[in-house]
Every structure is written in C-alpha cells, then in structure tokens.
Design a protein around this ligand. Sequence first.
Ligand code: ASP
Length: 273
Amino acid sequence: MARPALIVHGGAGAVPESERAGRQAAVERARDAGWATMGAGALAAAVAAVRHMEDEPLLNAGIGACLTTDGVCELDAGVMVGDSLRVGAAACLRDVRHPIDLAVAVMEDGRHVLLVADGASRFASEHGLEMADPSIFITDRKRQQLLEGADTVGAVARDADGHLAVAVSTGGRTGKLPGRVGDSPIAGAGFYADDRFGALCGTGLGEAFIRLGLARLAVVELQHGMDPAAVAQGAIDLLGTAMHAPGGVILIGREGSPRAAFNTPAMPWALAQ
Ligand code: ASP
C-alpha cells in the first residue's frame, strides 16, 4: 500500500503581481478537484486537476491560453502512466474543448503517442470529445497578448497502489509562431512517469526542456537513487546554467513527499497527501 499524493502547478511564467493570489487559488481548486478523484487512481486524479485548470481563465491552458502571432490559441497536452509507460499527447489544437481529454483518448487508443493539428481534431470529434469554436479560448485578448513568456498547468499523482501518472496542458508561449510545439506534449521533455522511480511535470521555456530531455533525465537521476528534492532542484539548476532558461518542475518519487522547484519569481503550486 503506497501513500497517495498529488501535486499541481499553474505555471512558472511572469505574471502581474496582482494576479498571483488568484492564480494560487485556482491551483488550489484544481488540487481539490484532483484529490477528490484519487479513489479512481493516479491517472484520474492528475487528469481531473488539469481539466479543472483548463477552465481557469488566469492560467495558460484551455480558456485564457496565450496567443500565437496570428492572435489565436494553439493548445498542447500530454499524459503518461508509470505502470506501463503508456503516453498520449496532442498539439496545435484550435477547437478541442479539453486538450487533456484528447491526450487521454490518444493514450487509450494506443496506436500513436502524439497527434497534431487537423488530424488531432478529427480524431477528437470521431471519439466524441467536446469540440469548441476557437474563439472561446480567447477571453481577454489584451491580457493574453501581454502575458510574458507564458505558462503551463500540470499535475503529478501517486495512488494507493503505488501507480504514478502525470498530466499537462498548455497554450505554449506568448507570441509563438503558428505551428510551434513546445515540451508539454513531448514525453521525456515536459513530462515523464515510471512507477519504479518517479514522475515529473515541467513548465517554462519548452525549447530548453526539449533540448535537455529534462523530464526523462530527472527520472534517470531518481533511478540512480538521488533524493527527489535534489532531483527537482537539480533539474531547475541545469535549466538555468545550461540553457539560461526560466522554468519550474513538480515531481513525485516512488515514495515520500511531492517536490516543487522553480527559478522564476513565482510558480503557484499546491499538494495533498
Ligand atoms: N512549457 C510551455 C511551452 O514551452 C510553456 C511554459 O510552461 O511556459 O510550450
């Protein structure tokens, strides 16, 4: 019997001071939504937390996501379970109401790990997922244009059976080129889960996470017996020293308490255990 744990983050991006309390409250609501679902297992808990955050307009995922240079939202999401190393992800979505639902559907389908753009939308509608007019993601265009860098939302969970899961969803980076894909839907870069060692989710400059293969690297360090708190901090130190990049991570090991680390002024996060 393992000790259940959940950690949730709302992104390490630069946001106005005035939004910090609201973002923290949004993350705590997501933590509560995820924790309430823990009885259904780690995957259900992580997905419930992220799905909630896709509806929180102050967070950069789903409703309220940042804009591309064309002024639209292109959304990415990913999910991974640590018992079987199954992954599902989707990127460049403009009309899928809950990108995290599509990531789960891709994983459950099992043929592929990542679908993008029109093919991903077609898969979503064929699988009965809720579709949306692209305009619904744009809430306050001015705010979304002003977001510097951006954010991601993510959750990592461990259930009573010791299974680990990670879920992540993002609008990417403000002013990104149309078609740009960051680390968040890339297993091994923005997220990774392996029941034997631990699970991790990142936020920050996706290009740097991809170049470092950072999520997988952190799990390899857990495999080599490093302490989870040191692994989380080490990942952020590497991001800063090797890439001069901003970011944060949340992490849960096979046992012990969840950990968070970041090198930006703030990253709202919350845990339950
Ligand atoms: N990692 C996300 C991306 O690069 C954005 C972020 O977390 O700031 O798409």
